[in-house]
Ligand binder design. Structure first.
Ligand code: GRF
Length: 211
């Protein structure tokens, strides 16, 4: 069974969506642990509720980012995940760590990549006057939010939308899209080869668009 480790920093609603997909039998995987870098993250409570081991890995002031990532890498290596799932983990991972898990580490991002890498995506979408918005699941590479995109889900922006409503609409889609893509991994349908995504052995010319 696919051994997943989920990395979070906050609310953990995507973690919950993955837990729910496992519980309902839609996803044949096992979350061996959650790693969190924030002591007050609500996602930690979700881990407790579901009896999932949680590692609180905070960065100490005296620690450099490299040292923190080495510690994170050590914890991950002990857990031996088949797939590392970034679900709102608010740290930039070192090149070394990302390369070690290349093809086995994915992220969900609240924009239609390659548009709006980085933070404040909803605000930037509104400022640009875009017609559509959504979320993307991508393989993680050392290029921040720049790894090959696997799948996306989108919606039309309404004239009355604001940052909060966009955030809520994006999250609704994320909670469907992310478990679905993790399930593809569990079924061994996805592969990263030479910076390109293969689904069922066929090169994906463009990201899968969820209906
Ligand atoms: C999500 O919107 C995701 O796109 C971004 O961080 C947020 C995490 O939300 N990377 P949650 O902690 O899963 O509720």
């Amino acid at each position: 069974m696919l051994n997943i480790v989920v990395l979070i920093s906050g609310h953990g609603s995507n973690l919950q969506a993955i837990i729910n997909a496992i519980d309902s039998g839609q996803l044949n995987a096992h979350i061996s642990a959650i790693i969190c870098n924030k002591a007050n993250a609500a996602g930690l409570e979700r881990a407790r509720t579901h009896n999932i081991p949680a590692y609180l890995l905070q960065k100490h002031k005296s620690q450099t980012s490299e040292e923190y990532d080495l510690r994170l890498q050590e914890v991950l290596n002990n857990l031996k995940p088949d797939l590392v799932v970034l679900a709102g983990f608010m740290r930039i991972l070192s090149k070394n760590l990302v390369n070690q898990f290349k093809g086995k580490i994915i992220n969900i991002h609240p924009s239609l990549l390659p548009k709006y890498r980085g933070l404040s995506t909803h605000e930037r979408v509104l400022n640009a006057g875009d017609d559509t918005h959504g979320c993307s699941v991508h393989f993680v590479t050392p290029d921040l939010d720049g790894g090959p995109v696997i799948a996306q889900a989108s919606f039309e922006i309404a004239s009355k939308d604001n940052i909060n409503s966009l955030s809520a609409k994006v999250q609704l889609l994320e909670h469907k899209l992310y478990p679905m893509i993790v399930a593809w991994f569990a079924l061994e349908r996805l592969e990263l080869n030479d910076e390109q995504v293969f689904l069922d052995g066929t090169l994906m010319q463009q990201p899968y668009l969820m209906e």
